[in-house]
Write a protein that binds this ligand. Sequence first.
Ligand SMILES: Cc1ncc(COP(=O)(O)O)c(C=O)c1O
Length: 379
Amino acid sequence: MPIIDLRSDTVTKPTPEMRRAMAEAEVGDDVFGDDPTVIALEERAAELLGKDAGLFVSSGAQGNLVSLMAHLARGQELIAGRQSHIVLDEAASHAVVVGASVRVMPERPDGTFDLAAVREAFRDPRDIHEPITGLVAIENANAHTMNQPLSVAYTQEIAAVARDGGVPLHIDGARFWNAVVALDADARELAGPAESVTFCLSKGLACPVGSVVVGSKDFIARARRARKLLGGGMRQVGVLAAPGLIALRDGPAGMIDRLADDHANARRLAETLAEMDGIVSAGDIAQPAPGRLDPARVATNFVLFKVKPDRAAFIDAMARRGVLVVAFPHGQIRAVTHYGVEAADIETTIQAAREALAEIAGVPPQPDPPAGNLAGAAA
Ligand SMILES: Cc1ncc(COP(=O)(O)O)c(C=O)c1O
């Protein structure tokens, strides 16, 4: 039975062209700065986001961590979203490795913070009791609010708040390109207000490995040192960077423009799920209006929803029909569209959901598990 894997866009496999490019990549020792393919990828990423320099890293989590290390001194404090990946899903690396504390801001359903609350969250550097605020981080797109894209205007506003407080702004842009496409924004404008941006190649852009961090030359020099400290200095790593150069090409030759197809597929799935009895909205930041799932919330490639009567039984019934979805925090289920999932697969998924709901209709509901992330859901 063919499997339709909607657990995450991290399950994407490289295109045949990417595999060929990996085999044929020109390589060198990247710790010596000798790998031409890595250099080309870093330059291309920096150019696209309007920054001076880039750094190829192993993962989104490493990109965020080297950025925090480059921005923050030990004992400083970071302001970040309560449900952000940096706060929830990076094994507290801000504390363990950076030695920073975090002040969490509640996200609103559109993924933004209340700007007055962010201003309030800044510490008083004259008070010796308090840590010193050193960074504001936002997540764009914003995963827990159903991957809402944060606008250029908001990014400028939050950057101004950070600047007024004398600190830089970092964007965890694991799905930055989904935001760019959903907003029809200029990537340089969306990245412009931030001192650093991390984006992932290995999610919707379908590369097998890696993320890129961009920022000023000085920032990237500090991030490069941090990457080395973490054991992330890699050698003939052009074989991994080569697919990134394909993904970041302009137009249909690259992987950015096609994200619009994923967004359309997610919207179609949500519109149909919303009509089914048994599919309900979460009634929290992902789906603020309790009741029916609201397909208008689907701005990118995530569909977050709840089912009645029982989540585990639904996930299992879908899997037996060849459709994989995943448990997400707060009793939700997540379906993510991506490269390799076609419009026809969405119709198969819709049929599977109808059958699964009919099959589990009599199952006694189980209490939701604790709100933390379940295996795999964090991606
Ligand atoms: C918002 C966000 N940031 C960062 C990451 C980390 O990316 P990676 O899995 O490549 O470490 C992820 C995905 O897992 C994510 O969803």
